[in-house]
Design a protein. Structure first.
Length: 178
């Protein structure tokens, strides 16, 4: 079905944990523990995100990873396309090799509109919205039930009228990072 690939999902989770450029950096190990992403895989992903201009990295004790620009300025569509290296699209819903306006796929018109709606949503949503998504809370519940290994920060009691503040990353082993 229509889904982002695992690397794209990992990239979005990672970027959602990071603070804006002037914020406190997180180490790859901290991000790995928080998300359940294997450290070696995450290190390669962070390298790719740095090369694409999404994050900045600094070595050393006070080093780590931060966003290269404010979270509100990073659309999820840009992340998805940068990670996959191709424009956002989805294969034919019926699995046909050739599917398009010139092909005879009976679901092409419906599927094209659906894919465009998802594309448009990803274009409007930003990394700043990731912490606000209800699916993040669902992921946390799955973790609590022993189904998933993620520890994703979820804003506490967000107000529906005001834009929620980004939750700071909390590493239970090292205390609160502010």
């Amino acid at each position: 079905m229509l889904a982002l690939n695992q690397t794209t999902a990992y990239a979005i989770l990672t970027l959602g944990l990071l603070e804006d450029p002037d914020g406190r950096p997180l180490h790859v190990e901290q991000i790995s523990r928080a998300t359940g992403i294997p450290r070696a895989y995450l290190a390669k992903l962070v390298y790719r995100l740095r090369r694409k201009g999404f994050v900045t990295t600094r070595r050393g004790y006070h080093g780590g990873v931060t966003l290269a620009r404010p979270a509100r300025e990073i659309p999820l569509l840009e992340v998805a396309e940068a990670v996959t290296g191709r424009p956002f699209s989805a294969p034919c819903l019926l699995g046909l090799r050739v599917c398009g306006d010139s092909a005879t796929c009976p679901l092409n018109r419906f599927w094209s509109k659906t894919v465009e709606m998802v594309r448009s949503g990803l274009e409007r949503a930003s990394v700043a919205d990731v912490g606000d998504l209800r699916c993040v809370a669902s992921a946390r519940r799955l973790r609590d039930q022993g189904v998933a290994r993620m520890d994703i920060p979820v804003p506490s009691d967000p107000s529906p009228t005001a834009a929620p503040a980004r939750e700071k990353f909390h590493d239970p082993d090292e205390g609160r990072i502010s």
